[in-house]
Design a protein around this ligand. Structure first.
Ligand SMILES: Cc1cc2nc3c(=O)[nH]c(=O)nc-3n(C[C@H](O)[C@H](O)[C@H](O)COP(=O)(O)OP(=O)(O)OC[C@H]3O[C@@H](n4cnc5c(N)ncnc54)[C@H](O)[C@@H]3O)c2cc1C
Length: 405
């Protein structure tokens, strides 16, 4: 064994790091205080989408984002209370949006996600995660929004792995869509997987590879100088050579370290319906950025929304209603469905929407802040954690905490 590593957090980031490390000969323990469904990784949209993710509205579109906030039914909810509570983060977000880093970051993300595809392909040879290349169909009901989106993506010819489709072409590809759809974009290189299968079956695989799972809350660290001696949980005291924080949008663990990481929860919602309406592709309602797909069991699922709130806040009923109404808008024939599962999860968001992968102490690493593309970036992030452990550094400057200090 090369050494003992404790990972705090059993989301997709923690699991991917565990997999990478156990394959490299480390002894790995994962600690999580919650059941699966409390993780953002549990019920997200499951898109592994290099082109779309690189081209999806980014930090540079601050004006657009601000406009959405004030439009009812925009798919974004930011209360004044949460704006006030997270004022520091919001100011930083505004500052970041003025930087001209957009294209550079897009290329980085595109390359990392392209690498993730072969990683998930390999993983799907070992466990069933329903990984498939079904393409992503971004469709619009509003012509103005469609034209704006086209103008945006055309600014970046580097990522031209898509076809712009007319209303007729869209309806040929996805027959059950609202007949009033005005057009769309087909990203043909995109993949998807079932996030719940991924979490369950990945955990089982790791158990077989001798990764230990402990159901406890990591509370604080005991340190000597810059070195972590112990992790103290609500039930025990754990000693390891290296500790990795992979707690997503949860922030309690930083208190004992007296470090304030700029992470907030961008909450998203999902509903799984009893409708068996079959979609040929993963569909994204571009007007509201809500994704529609069938679960592995064939049920129609809607995922999306962005709500600035605390991870521990009660879910908002309004947000589920919004998903329900939007689903009917795009797929009128599904009307009358029942909801069999509701879910809220927190995207861990940094002010520039890029993760923080860095060393906090001599033997304490952090890998958080993957925002809306954590499943896509998990494989590459785990590689960077291995670099930090074995080389003492990694080469992606954009992911260092230093950028916010
Ligand atoms: C609606 C929605 C749709 C999305 N769609 C996509 C998509 O299509 N593609 C994509 O790539 N990404 C998507 N994402 C983003 C993705 O889900 C996240 O980026 C990713 O899941 C973050 O993973 P994580 O492991 O960092 O955090 P999480 O999955 O939240 O895991 C963190 C874990 O840490 C545990 N934890 C926290 N604190 C402690 C503690 N003190 N002690 C013990 N345990 C602790 C929590 O219980 C939790 O299980 C979406 C997100 C949402 C909300």
């Amino acid at each position: 064994m090369k050494g003992k590593v404790v990972i705090i957090g059993r989301g997709i980031i923690g699991l991917s790091i565990a997999y990478r490390l156990v394959e490299e000969g480390y002894e790995v323990i994962i600690i999580d205080e919650n059941p699966f469904y409390k993780a953002a990784s549990w019920n997200n949209a499951g898109l592994i989408s290099p082109t779309f993710s690189a081209l999806s509205p980014s930090i540079g579109n601050l004006r657009e984002i601000l406009k959405w906030i004030f439009i009812e039914h925009s798919g974004i909810r930011i209360s004044f209370k949460s704006l006030f509570k997270n004022a520091h983060w919001v100011l930083r977000f505004i500052k970041e949006s003025k930087k001209a880093a957009e294209l550079q970051n897009m290329k980085l993300i595109y390359d990392m996600i392209s690498e993730a595809i072969s990683w998930y392909e390999n993983l799907s040879n070992k466990i069933f995660i329903n990984f498939k290349k079904d393409g992503l169909l971004e469709v619009f009901l509003d012509k103005l929004k469609f034209d704006k989106r086209i103008a945006f993506i055309k600014k970046y010819p580097e990522f031209n792995k898509y076809n712009i489709l007319s209303e007729k072409e869209i309806l040929e590809l996805e027959k059950s869509l609202n007949q009033n759809v005005c057009g769309g974009i087909y990203y043909y290189e995109e993949y998807s997987l079932d996030p719940r299968l991924l979490m369950q079956n990945f955990t089982e695989l790791l158990k077989k590879l001798s990764v230990s799972f402990i159901n406890e809350k990591a509370e604080y660290f005991e340190l000597t100088g810059n070195y972590i001696d112990y992790l103290i949980t609500d039930k025990s005291k754990i000693k390891a050579d290296i500790y990795v924080i992979a707690t997503g949008a949860y922030r309690d663990i930083y208190k004992s370290l007296k470090i304030r990481l700029p992470i907030i929860a961008g909450r998203g919602y999902a509903i799984i319906t009893n409708s068996k309406l079959k979609l040929e592709h993963h569909v994204l309602g571009g007007d509201y950025r809500i994704s529609f797909a069938n679960t592995y069991e064939g049920n129609l699922k809607a995922t999306g929304f962005l709500e600035l709130a605390d991870v521990h806040d009660e879910p908002m009923r309004k947000c589920y209603d919004f998903l329900e109404k939007t689903l009917i808008k795009y797929f009128p024939s599904a009307k009358g469905f029942g909801i069999i599962d509701k879910w809220v999860g927190s995207r861990p968001c940094t002010p520039d929407l890029m993760p923080i992968i860095d060393k906090l102490k001599e033997n304490l690493l952090v890998c958080v802040g993957h925002c809306r593309i954590g499943v896509c970036l998990a494989p590459y992030s785990s590689k960077l954690i291995l670099d930090l452990i074995e080389r003492g550094k990694h080469d992606i400057e954009q992911f260092l905490l230093q950028r916010f200090l």
